[in-house]
Design a protein. Structure first.
Lengths: 303, 159
């Protein structure tokens, strides 16, 4: 049998584009995607991948973090002193407010009766550092350096000093992915603080903007209204600030108002966030207390 | 363009790692969406111009790693990269003889296909990103090609 393959081998450089490997690998990918998306069978695989990926994600931001640390180290003494003074003043002001809140809390407790009292108030929190890795510029997600090993769980609420930040969308042993309230796939049940009207604020994909698409024309909303979490759905603790209304457009040709709001949490500037635990007691409405309790909106939790 | 030779496995590993890290390095939000898909660019370079280390399995593994890095659906980038790697493999001998501009055009088309597959899978999975700006990364990536190809060539020819 004559052999003349040596002539063709170097030209084609070892490997030819055969169809079979493509089909096999493509089917494998599709299988993976279906398993990941539909059945969540791959939780374990994902966890291990997240562990493997984390050092590199961390390494990606290391130069930036190193620069920040260096700046910190050589910070001017005067600047540090000024900062210290400012923080002390802040602390004093906050303590003063807290004193008032203590009495308000007591009063509230008495008014509501002992039932709902202190349930669903944040009891424990964990500071998680944001790893500055760009996951996807069009999705509002961040990676934090705490995971199941630190007790973080799926769907856990994340806050920062000014308001609600987001919730844990995926969790691995040492890292977790937090979906921000401004992600287009996220919705948070809120309440207008001034009137108590309940609705849902959905993300827009831009970090400085939420939208409230489901308020009817008759709803009482004004610019500068504060939106607080309503606690429906059980993901977020109720009563924490979420956003401030910036635009209310009443177009009578449409059934709903067009409302924009700005999140209060510094979504794109936070170096660290708080992951919180709270007693998630769903209080059942008392059957004979009121004939028509205020219509509780269907619990529209985030994804 | 001459063909880069003798690319050791360790060098490919280093380049792959660099590409993966480059795809998540924090950039200012104003330019973050312009970031070219470095993993796809490296893959195309390996497949088109550097012999031996091409391959669909490599493309698939890189795609899977990229999925894990960016926290998206597992297999999404894997499928897209395998697809463009296969097409690039078929066109390889012709593309290598092309002048640079024409080569860049082929790369542009393949990068676009890569982005389109990812976009399409996002849509099927029910979380599409319909912002038109996402497509800007494709021309930016193609524009990077001449420079990147030359740079990669230089790093490998030193051995």
């Amino acid at each position: 049998m004559p052999r003349h393959e040596p002539e063709t081998r170097p030209l084609l450089l070892g490997e030819r584009a055969r169809g079979l490997p493509l089909v096999v690998l493509a089917l494998l990918s599709v299988g993976l995607m279906v398993a990941d998306h539909r059945q969540h069978h791959l939780a374990v695989v994902r966890q291990w991948l997240s562990v493997a990926a984390f050092p590199f994600q961390w390494a990606a931001q290391a130069p930036l973090a190193g620069w920040a640390a260096l700046q910190e180290r050589f910070a001017m003494r005067t600047r540090l002193q000024a900062e210290n003074t400012r923080l002390a003043a802040d602390n004093l002001a906050l303590r003063l407010r807290l004193m008032r809140f203590a009495s308000l809390e007591q009063e509230n407790y008495r008014l509501r009766g002992a039932r709902e009292s202190t349930a669903r108030i944040v009891q424990r929190s964990l500071i998680a550092e944001i790893v500055r890795a760009d996951l996807d510029p069009f999705r509002q997600r961040v990676l934090v350096n705490k995971g199941t090993r630190h007790g973080v769980y799926l769907g856990q609420a994340a806050l920062d000093a000014a308001g609600i930040f987001g919730q844990v969308a995926r969790v691995g042993p040492v890292s977790a992915e937090v979906i921000l309230i401004s992600d287009p796939a996220h919705a948070i049940p809120v309440q207008i603080n001034r009137t108590g009207v309940r609705t849902v604020a959905v993300g827009t994909g831009r970090s400085g903007q939420l939208s409230l698409p489901w308020l009817p024309q008759s709803a009482d909303v004004q610019v500068d209204d504060l939106l607080v979490s309503s606690g429906l759905g059980g993901v977020f603790p109720p009563g924490y600030p979420v956003a401030q209304v910036t635009r209310v457009e009443r177009d009578p040709t449409r059934p709903m108002l067009a409302i924009d709001a700005t999140p209060l949490a510094a979504l794109d500037r936070d170096p660290e966030i708080l992951l919180v635990w709270f007693d998630n007691v769903i209080v059942e409405p008392e059957p004979q207390a009121e004939p028509a309790p205020p219509a509780a909106a269907p619990a529209a939790a985030a994804p | 363009m001459t063909v880069a030779r003798s690319l050791s496995a360790s060098r490919v590993a280093v380049l792959s790692l660099a590409a993966l890290i480059a795809s998540v390095v924090p950039l200012p939000a104003a330019v973050g969406f312009l970031r070219p898909d470095f993993v796809a660019l490296l893959l195309l370079w390996l497949v088109l111009l550097a012999p031996r280390h091409s391959g669909l399995v490599y493309a698939w593994c890189m795609g899977l790693l990229l999925d894990a890095f960016r926290g998206v659906l597992l297999g999404q980038h894997a499928l897209a990269l395998v697809l463009i790697a296969w097409i690039a493999l078929r066109l390889r001998l012709r593309v290598r003889a092309f002048p640079l501009l024409q080569q860049t055009a082929v790369v542009f088309a393949l990068l676009w296909l890569n982005e389109f597959v990812v976009f399409w899978i996002d849509g099927v999975a029910g979380q599409p990103v319909t912002d038109w700006m996402r497509w800007l990364a494709v021309p930016v990536g193609a524009a990077c090609w001449p420079l990147l190809a030359r740079l990669l060539e230089r790093t490998t020819s030193r051995t």
